[in-house]
Design a protein around this ligand. Structure first.
Ligand code: PDD
Length: 276
């Protein structure tokens, strides 16, 4: 199995990370997770647009052209012969003796690996339960940084409470999941949090927006409350790894049960059709 390290595709066994990598000390870096369907990366341009945006927001300058990075990723997918799976791409600010103050003359470290595996068919069919809790993350959740403590804490909590994902809310406003975006359906209209600093603007979220448009399902990108969530007709989460997964139960700070409804099924169907 091969990985990308800096500008080289090498054996995983030969890969190493410098002790002074700022990603290791500070979580100072960014990442993307991209789906591979039938050997081809899915919504690739959208992922790279977000990657560039995250880099810019953190004042990290690409160490090589975007085209070169894309080429390396494609080569990695081919060399690992991934048909269905994901590619993980990460860029840390670089290597520097530990200091909060970063230097601008260090070279960012790009790494990538691929993972074989399909989509969670069982969850897509039968739904999952969410554990709702206060969103304690920082105020720049729009940046896809590897600094994910708030996310990993809430994911562990959800799992410990017997759920598969967290439902985060800031006060009474529902934001997103620990690693997914959240949608509700009320009276045939879809609602999801607007793309601002409080959520990650998910690529799957953007794609669902398009699908909803094609299917003539009205969509409101406006914040909804925990109360709205509790009274929703349907709820689902989206991400690169999950695609569209129905939510059948919420526990924790709010409690509710949901059927897997027609809007969710319609969007899942449209997603499935559009992939091929
Ligand atoms: N997670 N919100 C958060 C906090 C996320 O970490 C993710 C993705 C999403 C959905 O984004 P997208 O549709 O672009 O995958 C929303 C990835 C899959 C991960 O960390 O593994």
């Amino acid at each position: 199995e091969y990985v990308l390290m800096k500008n080289h595709i090498i054996n995983r066994d030969e890969a190493y990370i410098n002790f002074d990598d700022r990603g290791y000390y500070f979580g100072d870096g960014i990442y993307e997770v991209i789906r591979i369907y039938n050997g081809s990366p899915f919504l690739w341009e959208e992922h790279f647009d977000r990657f560039l945006r995250s880099a810019e927001e953190l004042d990290i300058v690409l160490p090589q052209s975007l085209n070169k990075i894309k080429q390396n990723i494609l080569t990695l997918i081919t060399k690992n012969n991934v048909i269905n799976g994901t590619v993980y791409l990460q860029m840390t600010r670089g290597e520097q003796e530990r200091n909060h103050l970063y230097n601008r003359d260090i070279t960012p470290v790009i790494t990538a690996f691929t993972k074989e595996g399909g989509v969670p068919v069982h969850q897509q069919k039968h739904g999952i339960s969410l554990w709702s809790l206060e969103d304690i993350r920082w105020l720049r959740c729009d940046i896809k940084t590897i600094n994910l403590l708030g996310n990993v804490m809430s994911k562990r909590k959800a799992e410990d409470m017997g759920s598969q994902e967290a439902l985060l809310h800031r006060g009474h406003i529902v934001t997103e999941g620990s690693s997914s975006n959240v949608f509700i359906v009320k009276n045939g209209t879809l609602y999801t949090h607007p793309a601002n600093h409080y959520i990650l603007n998910g690529i799957t979220r953007l794609y669902v927006e398009q699908l909803a448009d094609n299917e003539h399902i009205p969509l409101q990108k406006e914040a909804f409350t925990t109360e709205d969530a509790q009274q929703a007709d349907e709820m689902f989460v989206t991400s690169t790894s999950l695609e569209i997964v129905p939510v059948t139960k919420v526990q924790g700070t709010i409690r509710s049960d949901f059927p897997i409804g027609p809007v969710t099924r319609k969007l899942q169907h449209a997603f499935e059709k559009s992939k091929t």
